[in-house]
Design a protein around this ligand. Sequence first.
Ligand SMILES: NC(=O)c1ccc[n+]([C@@H]2O[C@H](COP(=O)([O-])OP(=O)(O)OC[C@H]3O[C@@H](n4cnc5c(N)ncnc54)[C@H](OP(=O)(O)O)[C@@H]3O)[C@@H](O)[C@H]2O)c1
Length: 377
Amino acid sequence: MKKIALLGATGSIGLKVIAEINKQSHLQLVAISAHQNIKALLDLKQVHNIKYAALSSPTFKHSTNEYIAGEKWYTQLYESSSPDWVIIASSGFDALIPAYEALKRGKRLLMANKEALVSGGDLLLELAAANNEPIIPIDSEHSAIFQCLQGENPAHVRKIYLTASGGPFRGMSANEKLNISVQQAIQHPVWKMGAKISIDSATMMNKGLEAIEAHKLFGLEAHQIDFLIHPQAIMHSMVEFTDGSYKAQMSTPDMAIPIRYALSYPERFISQTNPLLLSELRFYPLNMDEYPALGLALRAMAMGGNAPCALNAANEAAVDAFIHQKIKFTHIADWVSEALNDFKYIEKPGLEDLVYTHTETIRYINNKINKHHGYSN
Ligand SMILES: NC(=O)c1ccc[n+]([C@@H]2O[C@H](COP(=O)([O-])OP(=O)(O)OC[C@H]3O[C@@H](n4cnc5c(N)ncnc54)[C@H](OP(=O)(O)O)[C@@H]3O)[C@@H](O)[C@H]2O)c1
């Protein structure tokens, strides 16, 4: 029996994780968290008979009989429920410290969240290596690469290809993109996801975050990471080896599949699925000029240090401003670029440096956006 704590249980990934855990009698969900959606959290706790629940938002200051809350809610959650595995399906940079604390306690980490890996991947991987456990990726592209690398020597990887559906606005000019609404940006053509990641997919920042995630998780250099547009989202990524062989992982576009692999690793569960329509697969080169956000992410990856953390923070702030209709869709990349031109670079950031970089960058971008509020509407 493996005991599991799931952070971000009320989200799009969290709910799918619960459904997959419930199919396996040897997996037991002992703890869940949400940020502020108290009703959804307590409903899940009751329906699935989960012993511990926590709320991470600072608006919930104290624990009650029903939930754990307060500044170090994750410490109390881990200590009360003693999970073997921690699954991070919460969104944003705020997942970094709970992920770090889970690894420090020797837990196996199953990671859907990308912002924490982008910002603090080096620290997390160091701890995982000390525990002698890989961080098991749930993000579909990284699950694909992780699966392709099983039984392989990492030194034999020449290159990886991250696939991208191209988002809803592929082929549009910058001018046409100017008036994209929040509603349009959160309608992804293939995947059904939370609002933030849907907007990141539309700007293609999502692919940039994934490139940094792959760089950290698999120790790849920038020149070893390439991109392919693949609108059907069936091939989730591909590895090219030094002998000219390629391995790819394919499945229907459903996050249940990488979740299932993370829960069964290194085994596989049995599951009924529909056959793939392989004759429909199409691939196109990715036009970098169309997606300034992707270029910015590659620039942050090349800078290293705390640059990916600053990039991620600026993107979180700019996406939030777009959702609240303070800025236009195409301005998201402009504000990220502004932050990358003007942040305090730290070559080897520790946890406190990353928290500082994140907080300061958010403050800087929010101030700038509020000052320019008039022009952006
Ligand atoms: N959705 C996908 O298909 C997909 C695929 C690959 C990777 N991911 C990654 O997985 C993560 C979750 O994505 P999602 O689409 O499931 O997001 P989502 O539907 O928006 O759900 C986010 C979850 O995180 C919680 N949360 C929000 N802000 C938080 C904070 N500041 N601190 C702690 N918890 C917080 C939410 O709680 P409340 O309900 O209380 O707000 C909710 O449980 C993201 O990092 C995303 O990039 C998602």
